[in-house]
Design a protein around this ligand. Structure first.
Ligand SMILES: *[C@@H]1O[C@H](CO)[C@@H](O)[C@H](O)[C@H]1NC(C)=O
Length: 199
């Protein structure tokens, strides 16, 4: 009987994959390279949204972004970690991501730790869209804004999408050094978010 259960699971996944829901991301821009991932999560949109914006909990589940701290304009961590537009973020990512699953005690790989300094450019709690842009380097040198968006699907399911387009001269360096690891990171975060919210 096992084969038929597997077959049904396979066909279910295949059919789900065949119909990509409409995107809630802004129109894609062009750049040197693009990293993107999406997944359908079997949980209501508000549950996924709250998990995505609960940055202090990232260490407990996120194999890619190990730490994401909301700070003031002069990079001082804020007591209230509820994110708002035009606040800064200090992000520590593992590129490539750590093997899954991770929890708060999982050790970082110091050789793969990258820190970035970002500005929250969009935090739309109605449209379920969030974005942050790196501001360590000026935009003409490295243009990189990570978008994440959710859409409610029938049956209390949620479509999660993330995309980041890299442009500017330093984008070539990031492409050569990190494109594969970043793609693996986006994929890992999407899978881990699904696992976290569905558990
Ligand atoms: C941060 O993003 C907000 C919203 O887009 C913008 O108004 C602000 O100028 C940005 N700040 C910096 C330092 O880039």
């Amino acid at each position: 009987m096992l084969w038929s259960t597997s077959l049904i699971a396979f066909l279910g996944a295949y059919c789900a994959g065949a119909q990509t829901p409409p995107s809630n991301l802004p129109p894609a821009t062009t750049g040197i390279f693009t990293v993107q991932a999406s997944v359908i999560i079997n949980a209501p949109i508000e549950k996924v949204w709250n998990t995505l914006l609960d940055f202090p909990s990232y260490a407990q589940w996120n194999p890619f972004v190990r730490s994401q701290v909301v700070t003031s304009a002069i990079w001082v961590p804020l007591e209230d970690q509820t994110p708002h537009e035009n606040q800064r973020l200090i992000i520590q990512a593992q590129i490539p991501p750590l093997p899954m699953p991770v929890d708060a005690n999982t050790h970082a790989n110091p050789l793969h730790m990258q820190t970035s300094f970002e500005n929250i450019t969009t935090l739309d709690r109605v449209q379920h869209r969030a974005a942050w842009r790196q501001i360590f380097l000026p935009k003409p040198v490295l243009d990189a804004e990570r978008w994440q968006a959710l859409s409610a699907l029938p049956g209390k399911r949620t479509y999660y999408e993330s995309r980041e387009v890299f442009d500017g001269p330093v984008g070539h360096v990031v492409d050569a050094l990190f494109a594969e690891g970043l793609q693996a990171g986006f994929d890992a975060q999407a899978a881990a978010l699904k696992a976290r919210v569905e558990q």
